[in-house]
Design a protein around this ligand. Structure first.
Ligand code: PMT
Length: 405
């Protein structure tokens, strides 16, 4: 099934190197042409001979060992590969590539390639959650690298947690999916998605916010990415992992979100506003902690900018999709927002529904369009729902028509 596909496996030094042998074996059995490159520390765990036998190809590890004088090996391999997978990817290699360091054959090749590169990290759970490692992963994701997240379980270091290299079978499945020709209707399109709550500061220790977890917006971003979009996710403060292959812009307040969305708006093909943006913010931000007194306190609130309404007024080629979080007269209020904010679509959810709304993994929504579509959806996981909603919008727009916009 992977016949004629050229996959370069870059093996870096961690105990999970033994699983990379199985990965190479499975890819080769599936018909791929597999070549392997190792760092010096990877060779401490498994010898190059194991990879040579499994791949039936030479194994590369020395930048200066030029076997073929007609080419420069690391450039040749960087150009040769259709796909490069770094498995296992150590904290060290993530840090180096994130910072443009090329000091061995693996990192030099990664910097020289234009092929898609996936990292499959494997390390101790605390190391994986280390701020510097998280920062490097975020930088790499924003640079367009994809991540195969480690799974949870017993780690070689004796800890239990997230840090195990994903199983070779699962990685092979992802490789199959990657090479299976798919209809990617959003390819070449920029889709901007907002997610999560905003925080409106009162003073250095207090803020006004809401219960949005970001799950709906993050699911929309992952679905847009999977449908081929260049995806920008403008996210309020949430505790979700950043999706790989998506450019994430972190914001805090409604004003930050407004600035970030406007910056991305002009060349966007679609904007989806899943975020729960504050309608009001404290009229004044106190720069010192407000002191309590015996009596009640009154907080003067001022309106925030209605971002979606502003986008509706400035609409050009963009398809504008809003969400409406309602607790009563759900469809009527949704229709009203659709018209008033000059939207193409609105996804209405009753946030009092125990199967939907804030924080849940599932949602129950109705998709309304300005052309009169009313499409209700049963409760389903937000991840599945996001894909269904995007596919409906794409169909409504007409695939070719969409591409012409
Ligand atoms: O994040 P989760 O926990 O997964 O929960 C998902 C959700 C309930 C937050 C989501 O499904 C949802 O309904 N998001 C929209 C919430 C909201 O703010 O609804 P609204 O009816 O108040 O606003 C209507 C639309 O205007 C929204 O697209 C909102 O992003 C936008 N808006 C609102 C106020 C404002 N100042 N600017 C805006 O752009």
């Amino acid at each position: 099934m992977l016949k004629d596909k050229k996959v370069l496996i870059c093996v870096t030094g961690g105990i999970a190197v033994y699983k990379a042998v199985a990965l190479v074996s499975k890819l080769a059995q599936a018909g791929a042409d597999v070549k392997v490159m190792m760092t010096e520390s990877a060779k401490e765990f498994v010898t190059p001979l194991s990879f040579q036998v499994m791949s039936r190809n030479d194994v590369f590890f020395d930048t200066f060992d030029e076997k073929d004088s007609s080419v420069i090996a690391h450039i040749d391999l960087a150009d040769w590969a259709d796909l490069i997978i770094v498995a296992p990817a150590t904290a060290n290699v993530l840090g180096k590539v994130a910072n443009g360091i090329a000091d061995n054959m693996v990192t030099t090749t990664l910097l020289a390639t234009t092929a898609e590169v996936w990292f499959a990290p494997a390390m101790n759970v605390d190391m994986y959650q280390n701020k510097a490692v998280m920062r490097n992963i975020e930088m790499l994701s924003n640079d367009g690298y994809r991540f195969i997240e480690p799974s949870e379980g017993f780690l070689a270091c004796g800890y239990v947690g997230k840090g195990r290299l994903e199983e070779p079978e699962k990685i092979v499945e992802l490789v199959f999916e990657h090479f299976t020709p798919r209809n990617l209707p959003l390819k070449g399109k920029k889709v901007v998605i907002t997610a999560g709550p905003t925080r409106e500061r009162i003073d250095p220790v207090r803020y006004v916010s809401n219960f949005s977890s970001g799950k709906m917006g993050y699911s929309m971003a992952e679905a847009a990415r999977d449908l081929g979009a260049e995806t920008v996710l403008i996210s309020g403060p949430v505790s979700l992992d950043k999706p790989s292959g998506v450019r994430v812009v972190d914001i805090e307040s409604a004003e930050d979100m407004f600035q970030a969305v406007v910056k991305e708006y002009e060349d966007a093909a679609m904007v989806i506003k899943s975020a729960a943006v504050a309608d009001y913010k404290p009229a004044e931000i106190h720069h010192q902690k407000m002191k309590k007194s015996d009596g009640d306190a009154v907080l003067q609130m001022a309106r925030t900018t209605d971002i979606l309404k502003t986008l509706g007024e400035r609409k050009d080629q963009q398809i504008l999709v809003g969400f409406a979080a309602e607790t009563e007269n759900v469809l009527a209020y949704g229709q009203d927002k659709l018209q008033r904010k000059n939207l193409d679509y609105i996804i209405v959810n009753d946030v009092t529904d125990p199967d939907g709304g804030f924080g849940n993994d599932t949602n129950v929504v109705t998709l309304l369009s300005k052309k009169g579509l009313v499409q209700p959806h049963e409760s389903m996981p937000k991840r599945q729902l996001a894909k269904v909603l995007l596919e409906e919008i794409i169909e409504e727009e007409g695939l070719d028509g969409f591409n012409d916009r």
